[in-house]
Design a protein around this ligand. Structure first.
Ligand SMILES: [Zn+2]
Length: 392
């Protein structure tokens, strides 16, 4: 990863004032604990902080929370304001508000194993950011992404840990000014610091500590998904992406994800759902057909014809834009069910897989692990011409 963007925990300085806040600095070329900043919640109307002995500080003041005490923080006038549980007005807060405690801080009644930072957000609410060491974050992502993995799935959990660490490191510093690096959702990586990390996830992070995927000497954002359904996708099949910028991604066959509960699927979508979604009105639908497929067989262009207008959905817009509920995948065949007038009354879909299909297939990884394959073998199956290296 780029050390220029690594934030490093340098010191917890003298106690008794704001100075006891951990100090986080950019340290080009340095070594240390890499910290990641994860957006837990956007535009919260208010956020209640608590925790016995928790320290709270803004740019000019610090306080220690007594047992049972809490602060309720809201956004106002472009900044933050807070009121204590006893009703004492703290007033305007200078800059972001940070809270931390050895045992974690309570945010809205849930204990978060991280330092917490609150900022006003453009939408008028409060942005909640968790800041924590990379390795702790990786263990949390493995737990959230794979659930409670079984002991015979440890190699899949280790592959997930390396992929998630790579994704995080390649994403650090990518949104300057936002105050955080990653979303705590599948938009980036699922993560919940309020949930305990199971033994398998913790072991997976520990046994792969510092290991990342590289290609051409650079860490890359290792994409992954739930279930490919038999073949993984090129990035250009899922997104408006140039495959030359994803040299680590290939479309590979996968004979191991049949163990996924989401390996195959079927759905029938009413034409009224499609027309309301696409045309904003209950228009007749004359035809729905796959106009183009990608190398993995996924639909990359879906044409919808109506007397009012024709439209074509592409790539992930097919999954999320066709109907009121998303499609599990774009690896499907479809059949138009027509009414007596010849118009489409509904569309019957039969498909495979769940997710965008790019990169590592999580259920394929589980299948490979159960078959005795190592995490290195798993990663090298799904990512092309990559190395597994230690973060420097
Ligand atoms: Zn698969």
């Amino acid at each position: 990863m780029s050390n220029k963007i690594a934030r490093v925990l340098v010191a917890a300085a003298a106690a008794g004032c704001l100075g006891c806040a951990p100090v986080y600095l950019s340290r080009p070329g340095g070594r240390g604990v890499v910290l990641v900043r994860v957006a837990l919640r956007h535009n919260a109307p208010e956020v209640r902080l608590a925790g016995d002995g928790a320290r709270i500080a803004d740019a000019g003041h610090g306080a220690t929370l007594a047992p049972g005490e809490s602060w309720t923080v809201t956004a106002a006038g472009g900044g933050l304001r807070a009121v204590t549980g006893r009703g004492t007005e703290i007033g305007a807060i200078s800059g972001p508000l940070r809270a931390w405690a050895a045992g974690g801080v309570e945010v809205e009644g849930r204990r978060v194993a991280a330092a917490v930072e609150l900022r006003p957000e453009a939408g008028g609410g409060v942005l909640v950011i968790a800041e924590l060491p990379l390795e702790q974050y990786v263990a949390g992502v493995v737990a959230a992404e794979l659930g409670m993995a079984k002991p015979d799935e440890i190699e899949a959990a280790k592959a997930q840990a390396v992929a998630s660490r790579s994704y995080a490191c390649a994403t650090l510093g990518s949104r300057p000014g936002a105050g955080y690096d990653l979303e705590a959702t599948v938009a980036h990586q699922a993560f919940d610091p309020g949930k305990p990390v199971g033994a398998t996830a913790a072991r997976a992070a520990r046994e792969t500590e510092g290991l990342v995927l590289t290609r051409g000497g650079s860490v890359f954002a290792a994409n992954y998904h739930s279930t490919c359904g038999g073949r993984t996708a090129l990035a250009s099949e899922a997104w408006n992406a140039d495959d030359r910028k994803f040299p680590h991604i290939a479309s590979v066959r996968d004979g191991h994800c049949g163990v996924s509960p989401r390996f195959s699927w079927a759905d029938t979508i009413a034409a009224t759902d499609i027309s309301l979604r696409l045309f904003g009105a209950n228009a007749e639908i004359r035809d729905v057909d796959v106009a183009q497929r990608g190398p993995s067989g996924r639909a990359v262009a879906l044409r919808i014809s109506s007397p009012a207008a024709d439209t074509t959905l592409h790539k992930d817009k097919i999954r999320f834009g066709l109907a009121s509920r998303p499609l599990p995948s774009t690896l499907f065949d479809l059949q138009c069910l027509r009414d007596e007038s010849g118009n489409v009354g509904a569309v019957a879909l039969k498909g495979f897989g769940y997710g965008h299909g790019v990169g590592m297939c999580q259920w394929g990884a589980i299948g490979m692990a159960r078959a005795g394959k190592s995490y290195v073998r798993i990663l090298k199956h799904y990512y092309r011409d990559v190395r597994i290296e230690t973060l420097r």
